[in-house]
Design a protein around this ligand. Structure first.
Ligand SMILES: [Zn+2]
Length: 576
């Protein structure tokens, strides 16, 4: 176990002599301080929490997971009938448990409008000084806007204006009737500025600026260029979906609770290949390679107009077909009249990569990626936790459950929920994200693909120390005094090449300033394969991990104070 803060240590030793330790929330002083008198009730509530946790059983999980990860669900792609059937399965359970629906219009479903996009490859092209550029090879549309435009080019650096910070990327630049080239993704804030510093009316991102100043279009060179290009270029070839309200460039609203976002109007938006970038910046003060370096480093530098004899002709034709999917959202209201306004959030994603191509490549004739571990295990764990909470005792704070859709597509469901929350984000005291907790490494397993898979008594804990020392301490103390699982912090290193911190839904909560903990068992041989099936799951492990997280959530929900945020994640680390 990691070093405890001094105050917790003294208290812990004293308590350990007692039959049942007092609530651990009181040990992490940065969470709450409570008079000794309360410890008797606290130990009683801790006992009650353990009894409630015992309701989470491997048998029940097995029964649910065999349904959720069955071939009938066809790999739960977003959107798909299998995903909808799973959503209904979860909602039916929640209704029976009398959870409060926290989706739209009194339902458990938070509808997410999608556009099914099909790029007309013949009519989507670009041309510059006689050189033509093909969609998919030389550029990729990054929004579903269609149209034609011709114009000169102007490089605008990161493209932001933040008045209170004297940031203005457009000093001396005129973007009217031109294409803006932006080093960034349109939603990523310039380095050195934190999201929480943005005040309503004080800032403008490249998209809203382009619209207000009559630019013809935007050419994005995002910071994670290579990954973004690989993903985008792949999506051109196949039918893909976009979340209408999360469009690259859809712009972050002035305030997270301000409802609908400015539309992107007729702005054409693309991402160029490195070849196209070289052609655009040939002979300029920055060439294509230098610009890419500047974008990757997050040091875009000052903007400049490209030579006036350069005129880009761009045509983008995209056929849009409306579609939709949904997050499943429910609340168990707390029993304390004051604290029930605060929420402990539990999250998992109930989607997976589907079947027959797309994110799922058939193997030996099996073309359905059942996603039993990813993330059928988290989906099931949340269901059994909901059942355990429903049978009481009811915690003081409210419990929020969100089953996210579209995680495999790019964390869609959690980005949507945290952009359009159905409870005030500021009231969420912590988010506990469960994504893959059902597999364990067997003794003697030498398969290199299972090298970093955790053992039966082990789980990766990611992000717990990033924002709240108290939350991290509480998590470790509870584990220590309960099932004492081996908490592995291997992926907690900021420079982790696997970038696990960015690869699941907690990331979008962290971006909004909510302290998170991500529980994960490790990549294994069946990751995103048709062979990720329910018969491979270690249900005893799932039960242990789920019970431990349940007690952590209960402690957070009953603690006198909410976890204190004593650290901020650097803005540069908050960019995907
Ligand atoms: Zn997953």
């Amino acid at each position: 176990m990691r070093r405890l803060n001094l105050s917790g240590l003294v208290l812990l030793c004293a308590l350990l002599s007692q039959p049942v330790p007092a609530t651990l929330a009181q040990q992490g002083r940065s969470v709450a301080t409570a008079p000794a008198a309360a410890s008797a009730n606290a130990s009683a509530s801790f006992t009650a929490e353990r009894e409630a946790a015992n309701r989470i059983t491997a048998e029940q999980m097995k029964e649910y997971l065999y349904f959720i990860a069955s071939d009938e669900m066809a790999g739960r792609d977003t959107p798909s009938p299998g995903l909808n059937a799973t959503a209904k399965f979860i909602a039916d359970k929640l209704a029976r448990l009398k959870f409060k629906p926290m989706g739209d219009k009194g339902s458990y479903f938070q509808r997410i409008a999608l556009n099914r996009t099909e790029i007309d490859r013949d009519k989507t092209r670009a041309e510059l000084a006689g050189q033509t550029f093909k969609v998919g090879d030389d550029f990729v549309p990054t929004s579903s806007n269609s149209g034609e435009a011709v114009g000169q080019l102007v490089y605008v650096g990161h493209g932001w204006v933040i008045k209170s910070k004297n940031v203005n990327a457009y000093e001396g630049l005129d973007v009217k009737d031109k294409f803006m080239v932006v080093a960034g993704s349109g939603t990523s804030i310039p380095s050195g500025v934190a999201m929480r510093e943005l005040k309503a009316g004080d800032w403008e991102n490249p998209v809203s600026y382009a619209q207000r100043h009559g630019a013809k279009g935007i050419i994005f060179v995002p910071r994670n260029y290579e990954r973004a290009w690989r993903y985008a270029a792949r999506s051109v070839a196949r039918t893909s979906y976009q979340v209408e309200r999360l469009q690259l460039g859809a712009g972050q609203g002035d305030d997270e609770d301000s409802g609908d976002k400015p539309s992107t109007g007729k702005l054409l938006m693309i991402m160029p290949s490195t070849e196209m970038l070289d052609a655009l910046f040939a002979g300029e003060q920055l060439d294509g390679a230098q610009l890419l370096q500047a974008a990757l480093a997050g040091q875009p530098g000052k903007g400049f107009a490209l030579s006036t004899n350069k005129r880009l002709r761009l045509s983008v034709q995209i056929k849009l077909t409306p579609a939709s999917t949904q997050n499943v959202v429910a609340v168990l209201e707390g029993r304390d009249s004051k604290l029930r306004k605060e929420y402990v959030a539990f999250g998992a994603h109930y989607d997976h990569v589907g079947a027959n191509g797309g994110g799922c490549r058939p193997v030996n004739g099996d073309s359905i990626c059942n996603g039993a571990d990813d993330d059928g295990s988290g989906t099931t764990a949340l269901l059994t936790m909901a059942e355990a909470f429903a049978r009481g005792p009811r915690p003081k704070r409210s419990i929020l459950f969100v089953w996210h859709a579209g995680e495999e597509k790019g964390l869609w469901g959690s980005e949507y929920f945290t952009n359009y929350p159905t409870v005030p984000l500021k009231q969420i005291v912590a988010q506990l994200n469960i994504d893959m907790i059902g597999r364990s490494k067997k003794d003697g397993d030498t398969n290199p693909k299972n090298r970093l898979l955790t053992g039966p008594e082990e789980i990766y804990v990611i992000g717990s120390r990033m924002m709240s020392t108290g939350l991290a301490d509480l998590n470790e103390q509870i584990n220590h005094s309960y099932l004492n699982l081996k908490y592995n912090f291997h992926y907690d290193e900021p420079g982790d090449p696997e970038r696990l911190f960015y690869r699941s839904d907690h990331f979008n909560y962290a971006r909004k300033g909510i302290p998170i903990i991500f529980f994960f068992d490790g990549v294994h041989e069946d990751y995103h394969q048709p062979s990720d099936s329910p018969d491979k799951i270690d249900y005893q492990k799932m039960e242990r991990v789920a019970r431990t997280i349940f007690i952590l959530g209960s402690e957070l929900a009953n603690a006198p104070g909410r976890p204190v945020i004593d650290k901020q994640i650097p803005a540069s680390q908050l960019e995907q």
